[in-house]
Design a binder for this molecule. Sequence first.
Ligand SMILES: *[C@@H]1O[C@H](CO)[C@@H](O)[C@H](O)[C@H]1NC(C)=O
Ligand SMILES: *[C@@H]1O[C@H](CO)[C@@H](O)[C@H](O)[C@H]1NC(C)=O
Ligand SMILES: *[C@@H]1O[C@H](CO)[C@@H](O)[C@H](O)[C@H]1NC(C)=O
Ligand SMILES: *[C@@H]1O[C@H](CO)[C@@H](O)[C@H](O)[C@H]1NC(C)=O
Ligand SMILES: *[C@@H]1O[C@H](CO)[C@@H](O)[C@H](O)[C@H]1NC(C)=O
Length: 329
Amino acid sequence: MKNFVDKIQMSRITSICAMKTTTKMYLSVILSTLCIVFFQYQLSKASFVTLQRSDSIGGSTSTNNIITSEKNGNELKEPSPMLPPLYIITPTYRRPEQLAEITRLGYTLKHVPNLLWLVIEDAATPSALVTRQLKRIGVPFEHLVAPMPDKFKKRVVKPRGVSNRNRGLTWIRKNATDGVFYFADDDNTYDLEIFDQMRHTKKVSMWPVGLVTKYGLSSPIVRNGSISGFYDGWIGGRKYPVDMAGFAVNVKFFLSRPKAIMPYHAGYEEDKFLRSLSPLNITEIELLASNCTEILTWHTQTKKNPVASPIDMHKYNGTNLVRLRKLIV
Ligand SMILES: *[C@@H]1O[C@H](CO)[C@@H](O)[C@H](O)[C@H]1NC(C)=O
Ligand SMILES: *[C@@H]1O[C@H](CO)[C@@H](O)[C@H](O)[C@H]1NC(C)=O
Ligand SMILES: *[C@@H]1O[C@H](CO)[C@@H](O)[C@H](O)[C@H]1NC(C)=O
Ligand SMILES: *[C@@H]1O[C@H](CO)[C@@H](O)[C@H](O)[C@H]1NC(C)=O
Ligand SMILES: *[C@@H]1O[C@H](CO)[C@@H](O)[C@H](O)[C@H]1NC(C)=O
């Protein structure tokens, strides 16, 4: 009897042991399954976040861009392999409103990912104030100088910005291999949407510009989805009567046109530069801003200000005006 009980107990103990072993097995299987599931979840979450980010980087709405850049700060400025680089060529020169314009444009560009800002001064040496402001804004930049040759300074209508833009083009020829470039003057206003659109230019893209000439507008005339002419207050016998702010050019396409250059011909800079990209069939020009139905750029032209009266440094010596004087023109 005792033996029998012992046997039963033994078998119970064995079965308990066996059960324990099974439970252990089950537990470890469940545990490792949980581990795998958790790991995969983390992975999918990570790739979802990446996807979301690149979505909003290349996204079509500027609101997305603003939100993302606010959340991620400078992260957005890291080159993204998914986005072609954008080269923004900005000619500038010393004048009362220069720093104000650079600041305004700079903080617009700060919302645009994978961008290099080529800021080129019409000056013999780079201005320390411009350099300081560029560093402060924090958009990746190259600060270059390209003074206008003396012979053009004597002209009644000076071909302003030509030496600067050609310097930018030289930089691109030497250093860029792909992406798109755009001439963004510092006195214009830019909707962020246009940067998203121009980035995918294959050869040359065009779109309307507001506040240009007496028409208040310069734009290709689009009929049935293709260009049938140009609307601009001043045609002047130009083949491409467009504003500097109204077109972008693909870098590879530009590199395949070794003679492309901007001429020193006031009023004809855009036209002759675009002609120098020949051969280019007008049917190949890509129409942005919803087939040129929206205005996403304006030739704002900040009102010119007179040069400031000199500060009486004897009267104001020892005050803040000593330093402020250095900031104004
Ligand atoms: C190419 O880029 C380098 C580095 O930024 C710069 O020093 C150089 O001047 C550029 N070349 C031209 C032709 O602008
Ligand atoms: C627009 O294109 C369509 C077909 O592509 C054609 O039938 C139509 O006549 C065109 N309209 C104009 C105004 O050119
Ligand atoms: C532009 O017009 C063309 C031809 O009418 C059309 O196929 C295309 O979808 C339009 N694009 C946009 C962005 O409206
Ligand atoms: C431009 O391309 C269109 C369509 O491909 C063609 O009909 C036209 O002849 C071309 N124009 C020139 C100047 O080559
Ligand atoms: C301003 O004051 C400094 C000393 O504080 C003096 O060296 C300088 O000559 C003064 N400048 C003028 C223009 O009075």
